[in-house]
Design a protein around this ligand. Sequence first.
Ligand SMILES: Cc1ncc(COP(=O)(O)O)c(C=O)c1O
Length: 439
Amino acid sequence: MAERIVDPHRDPAVAAALGRLGTDGATLTIDGLPVTELAERFGTPAYLFSARVLQQRVLMARSTLGDRVRLLWSIKANPSLALTRILAMAGTGAEIASLGELQIALAAGHPAAALRFAGPGKTDHELANALAAGLGGFHVESLDELEALAALAAARGTVAPIALRVNLPQAAAGSRLRMSGRAARFGIDADDVPMVLARVRARESLRLVGLHTYGGTQSFAAEAFVAQAQRLAEAAAAWERAADIRLTEIDVGGGFGVPTYCGDPEFDVTVAGQGLRRVLEAHDRHDRTWFVELGRWLVAPAGVYLTRVVRCRQSGGQQFVVLDGGLHHCAAAAGVGTVLRRPPLLVHATALQTDAREVVAIGGPLCTPADQFAEAVAMPPLRTGDLVAVLNAGAYGLTFSPTGFLSHPTPPEVLVEYGKARVIRDRGTAADALLRQQP
Ligand SMILES: Cc1ncc(COP(=O)(O)O)c(C=O)c1O
C-alpha cells in the first residue's frame, strides 16, 4: 500500500524537537551551534547530541516523578560512555543488560552498588562476573536463573541481592513492544511468585530485596504505566503478608515513548508522575526505594542523526533523494521493527522556514529497498550537498543498527556541551571492515 504523503516540517513532534534543540533562522542548531558548522568539522553522516537537552530530560523526569523515585538509566538505549557519564553526574543509577554495559557503567563513574542487572538470558559467566563486581541487584527473570545465581553466590561465599521480575497477568496497554501479560520470555508469572519466594527463603546465598516489572517499551499510554505500577504495589503488599517478607525495592518499569515517526503523540509524563505519586501515597514507607527505568525517553530527544544528500535522481516520474547515511546507522528511522511504515521526523536542516515542497522518496546508500526513510514525503526542495536530519534519534541508533551491512565506516558521535563540540565516539574507517578477520 502506498504511503500517505506527509510533511514532517508540519508535524507537532518536529516542532517540539526543534524547540528543544534550537534553530538559527532556517538552520537547525545543537545548543547554538549550526549543524552546517558541525557537518563541516566532523563530516557526515554523524550523530549529534545535546548535553543540555539530556540534562533537561533528567530534571523533568525527576520533578514529575517526585523525589521518592530513583531513576535508572537503561544503558541499552545508547551505550555511550559520555552520555552515561552525564546521566550519572545528573544523579541517575543505571540498569545494565550485559557485561559490556557493566563496563560502560563503571567507566562512567557508577558505583557497582547503584546498578541493577536485567535480562532473561544472563549466562552463568555474566552472573559470576557481576557478583564479583559487587552489583547492587539482580532482576531475576526465572526460577532457573534464581537457582544458578544461588549456586554461584554460594560458591563465592557471598549473598546476592535480588528482585523478582514479575510477569503481571494484565498486559501493559499501549506499548508498541509488549513484554508481559501473557506467556513471555520475560519475568516470573505472577501465579508462580509464591512458589519462587519459598525457594528464595530456602537459599542462604540469596537476599530478596524487592520486585520489578517491565510491561513493554515505546508506550504512549501514561495511564497504563500507572496501572502496572499500582498492580505491582498491590501484589507486593499481598505477598509481604502471605510470606511474611519485607520488599524494600519496587521497580515499576518505564517504557515511556518518544515520537519517532510523523503522527506519533508525546508521552504524557505529567500524567505518569501524578499517577505514580497516587500509588506511592498508598504504598510508600520509609524503608522502601522506588525505581523507574528509562532509556529512550531520556536520550532520544537529545540526539540527531545528520546526513548529507549525495545524489538526486528521477525514475518513473518520481524524485529520489539518496543520502550518505541510512538504515545501517539509524535502523528505526528506516522502519525496522515497525509494521506500518511512516516517515521518521526528517527535516531539511537548512530550510526550516521554506514553504516550497517537493514530494520525494528519501533513502540511504545501501543496495536494498529496505534502506528507505520515506517512500513519498513532502520536503523543502533538496539538492545534492544539502543536509537532512532525523530528529529524536538519540536512542537505539548506532548500536541498534546493522552497522556491518555493506561495510561502510560507522558515523561518529559528537557531543555539544557548554557550547563546545567534541567527538565522543570516533568515526570508523574503511579498514574496520577487516577488523578481527583472518584470511
Ligand atoms: C527491562 C527493560 N528496562 C528498560 C528498557 C528500556 O526501554 P526504553 O528505552 O524504551 O525506555 C527495556 C527495553 O527493552 C527493558 O527491556
